[in-house]
Design a protein around this ligand. Structure first.
Ligand code: ATP
Length: 273
């Protein structure tokens, strides 16, 4: 379904309706939509529009989705890259990739630039780096800082970046005039999980009496991405059994499988095991 989110002009079809829960984050980020749509309102009175905001929260909680929704709501192009793309790059490539991206975005302004996993390039300098390509990572980070500092007051490009771990980021990134706003995106509570189920059930043919509240209660600790996964798995299971509607058993089987997957993942990453 990813292809549907973008047309050839990078315009985004995601809206706030697609983002369930996250009311606090949405309240904050809606201001960025305003800045993109109506910059003169803020600049003519002498205000400086923020250049960047950091979306902070666990994996799969909707940070990318929220960034796309900002672009969709403001009806501006969405340019993105992932910090992890830079880890294995040859010298000079990371910095020039960043330069290109900002150049394109400025040409198409107003625009959103989204940098996923910014910690991969934005880790505090001088700390250990498993990839061994520390210099190139620093070049890339420096280029990013240079680009953001170079925004004039009329650039009208806003950089959103996502991370699971704001505390490991280089303080230079968080300085005033860079990513000086942080927006928290948490795991959903039971009501929010119900809302996320409702979003992902929109296009699924399900039995009429499906108890969504019960499903939300069965899925503590699940992220939005996990819930999207449950809905899709349930639909595939039902189809495999030649059913025409997805029923509760299909959903509960999918929940079990995903809990199994989460337990395995936790075992692998937990250092105590
Ligand atoms: P990561 O940190 O792993 O990059 P993320 O926070 O950027 O994760 P997304 O990529 O936005 O998470 O979420 C993955 C998918 O999970 C979304 O495309 C969407 O289908 C679903 N999802 C996550 N959160 C929500 C939400 N709040 N409402 C609806 N769907 C959600």
């Amino acid at each position: 379904s990813k292809a549907k989110l973008f047309d050839e002009k990078n315009s985004i079809k995601v809206s706030f309706k697609d983002v369930a829960g996250l009311e606090g984050a949405k309240d904050e980020i809606v201001e960025i939509v305003e800045f993109l749509k109506n910059p003169e309102k803020y600049t003519s009175i002498g205000g400086k529009i923020p250049k960047g905001a950091l979306l902070v929260g666990p994996p799969g909680t909707g940070k990318t989705l929220l960034a796309k929704a900002v672009a969709g709501e403001a009806n501006v192009p969405f340019f993105s890259l992932s910090g992890s793309d830079f880890v294995e790059m040859f010298v000079g490539v990371g910095a020039s990739r960043v330069r290109d991206l900002f150049k394109q975005a400025k040409e198409k302004a107003p625009a959103i630039i989204f940098i996923d996993e910014i910690d991969a390039v934005g880790r505090a300098r001088g700390k250990s780096n498993f990839s061994g390509s520390n210099d190139e990572r620093e070049n890339t980070l420096n280029q990013l800082l240079t680009e953001m500092d170079g925004f004039g007051s009329h650039t009208n490009v806003i950089v959103l970046a996502a991370t699971n771990r704001a505390e490991i980021l280089d303080k230079a990134l968080l300085r005033a005039g860079r990513f000086d706003r942080q927006i928290y995106v948490d795991l959903p509570d039971v009501k929010e999980r119900e809302a996320i189920f409702n979003v992902h059930l929109r296009n699924i043919k399900k039995v009429d009496n499906l108890d969504i509240d019960f499903l939300a209660k069965q899925t503590p600790g699940f992220s939005g991405a996990d819930i999207a996964n449950v809905c899709n798995e349930a639909a595939l299971t039902a189809a495999r059994k030649n059913k025409t509607q997805v029923d509760m058993q299909d959903f509960l089987d999918a929940v079990d499988r995903i809990i199994g997957g989460l337990e395995k993942k936790n075992k692998i990453i937990s250092p105590e095991e």
